[in-house]
Design a protein around this ligand. Structure first.
Ligand SMILES: [Fe+2]
Length: 274
């Protein structure tokens, strides 16, 4: 297990910025269903920066790239390079891990499985990618790693990150692409009451539900949005977004999704799939 210690500043909480599903291309004009993903990514970064909100780290929950190129990952690294805080990332179904690793070592991006965040929290990063298919699955090694990480720090609250949603989110076409072995995942989680939340990307929409006493959160993409509660593929009109999370010493999480306000990004609403 690779562990990173994230020092805590003087405040009692750890503040995280989540960016997800950036779907970047090597080509600066590359677009996904009509949205230029570099432009929408930078629109997000600009509005995050304009908020002048202090934070401790960036977490990126997969689908960083759309075209598998090292240059697309470098584009991500360049974008977040306006800040000095570390970034922890994990792969999604669209990622190509050899290219992802090509930007490492990076002064900012850390590849690790576990972040000891301040005094009271740990963040666990899982790899749910099954190469070549859109659904997710956790290998035995990943499930074991999750179990070990939780067993090692019973006194730390835990936030678990993975790309795929570990429960049905209400859209049939997306739910067939969820984490397949979600039962095995929840079996591990249920043994550890310190798990406060599971946070994912993949579904390109906001989600905040309670499952087995654990909060399950998902976050808008920085590019296209999928329409909630839709049985067939459908895009949503809402703008690109991001999420703030504040991990409190008492185990509570204050969190808020925000969306780009200064510009609007309209995808091709007649697209039949992605
Ligand atoms: Fe995605």
């Amino acid at each position: 297990m690779q562990t990173y210690s994230l020092p805590q500043d003087n405040s009692d909480s750890v503040l995280l910025l989540q960016l997800t599903d950036t779907h970047l291309f090597a080509d600066a004009t590359g677009s996904l269903l009509g949205v230029a993903t570099k432009d929408s990514f930078h629109a997000v970064l600009d509005e995050v920066a304009a908020q002048l909100r202090p934070f401790d780290a960036i977490i990126a929950t997969g689908d960083i790239s759309q075209d598998h190129t090292p240059a697309s990952y470098q584009r991500f690294a360049d974008g977040i390079g306006r800040w000095v805080q570390p970034c922890f990332w994990l792969p999604g179904n669209h990622d190509y891990q050899p290219s992802m690793k090509s930007v490492l070592p990076s002064p900012q991006i850390k590849a690790c499985d576990q972040v000891l965040a301040g005094e009271h929290w740990q963040v666990i990063l899982l790899d749910s990618q099954v190469v070549g298919v859109p659904h997710g699955e956790l290998s035995q090694a990943q499930l074991q790693m999750l179990d070990q990480a939780l067993a090692a720090y019973p006194d730390r609250h835990a936030l678990v990150l993975l790309h795929h949603h570990p429960l049905a989110a209400g859209s049939r076409w997306l739910d067939q692409h969820q984490l397949k072995n979600h039962q095995a995942f929840w079996q591990v989680v249920s043994a550890y009451p310190q798990v406060k939340a599971v946070l994912c990307g993949h579904i390109h929409q906001e989600l905040d539900v309670l499952h087995q006493g654990v909060r399950v959160l998902a976050t808008p993409s920085t590019c296209i949005q999928f329409k909630p509660d839709s049985n067939d593929f459908a895009l949503d009109q809402s703008n690109p977004g991001w999420r703030w999370l504040s991990l409190q010493a008492n185990g509570e999480i204050d969190t808020k999704v925000e969306r780009v306000r200064q510009r609007s990004f309209s995808p091709q609403f007649d697209a039949a799939g992605y």
